[in-house]
Write a protein that binds this ligand. Structure first.
Ligand SMILES: CCCCCCCCCCCCCCCC(=O)SCCNC(=O)CCNC(=O)[C@H](O)C(C)(C)COP(=O)(O)OP(=O)(O)OC[C@H]1O[C@@H](n2cnc3c(N)ncnc32)[C@H](O)[C@@H]1OP(=O)(O)O
Length: 187
């Protein structure tokens, strides 16, 4: 998870959303950010300065592990989704290769998890990033932390591997196609 010596600083794409702008879901059925997943996290991410974002996720009863507490895997999903959203600021399609999480404090149901994440380095197709999640407000105590290593892929990664029903539906959704095309022509 340590960038190699030849890694470079990340470069924000000129067409990246402005600081403060909501990123929006990359896919309506995404468990992390989609608004068509009633039990999903519906995480909302906003661009920040540089190659960084902030995001919020409210823990619902559906997200419990122990009574009244968020499931650790759900918290890892929130971190994964937040880190994955960073790649939209680079205009790169990338998937999680490795995710290291620290669970520092329990997170009760109804808590708003305030996440902040940034890309720290890029080396070829490898994108290194880090995130924290706080409770009790954006400046509250750190409850979770993660480091991510994302690997850049082509859109074919999804077309070749996804279940055909969903791929066909995504390909015929004009918004989804527009977003994928933007990735392809503005790498
Ligand atoms: C119509 C459709 C529209 C679609 C619109 C798109 C929407 C955009 C959706 C985004 C969605 C986000 C959602 C949240 C983020 C997820 O949760 S993504 C889902 C979870 N992740 C996955 O499913 C990934 C599964 N893994 C794989 O597919 C493959 O292992 C990978 C990651 C693509 C890598 O395979 P590969 O391309 O063959 O790459 P490979 O040559 O093995 O490795 C490249 C480099 O990465 C390193 N590497 C690879 N894996 C690892 C690893 N696990 N640990 C450390 N290093 C690694 C290699 O060592 C190598 O390093 P160098 O030799 O260059 O130094």
């Amino acid at each position: 998870m340590t960038p190699p010596d030849d890694a470079t600083a990340p470069v924000r794409h000129p067409d990246a959303p402005a600081p403060g702008e909501l990123l929006g879901a990359h896919y309506a059925h995404c468990f992390g950010c989609g608004d068509a997943q009633p039990h999903g996290l519906m995480l909302q991410a906003r661009a920040a300065e540089g190659v960084a974002i902030t995001a919020e996720f409210t823990v619902k009863p559906e997200h419990q592990g122990a009574p009244g507490l968020a499931h650790g895997g759900v918290l890892a999903t929130a971190l994964d989704e937040t880190l994955g959203s960073l790649n939209w600021l680079l205009r790169v399609i990338a998937v999680t290769g490795r995710l290291e999480t620290d669970f520092v404090r329990p997170v009760p149901v109804d808590t708003v998890l305030h996440l902040e994440a940034e890309v720290t380095a890029v080396a070829g197709r490898k994108i290194y990033s880090t995130a924290v999640g706080r409770i009790g407000g954006p400046d509250g105590e750190i409850a979770v932390r993660a480091d991510g290593l994302f690997i850049e892929v082509k859109v074919d990664h999804f077309i070749d591997n996804g279940r055909p029903e969903e791929i066909q539906a995504a390909m015929s959704d004009p918004d989804q196609v527009r977003r994928a095309r933007a990735f392809e022509v503005n790498p």
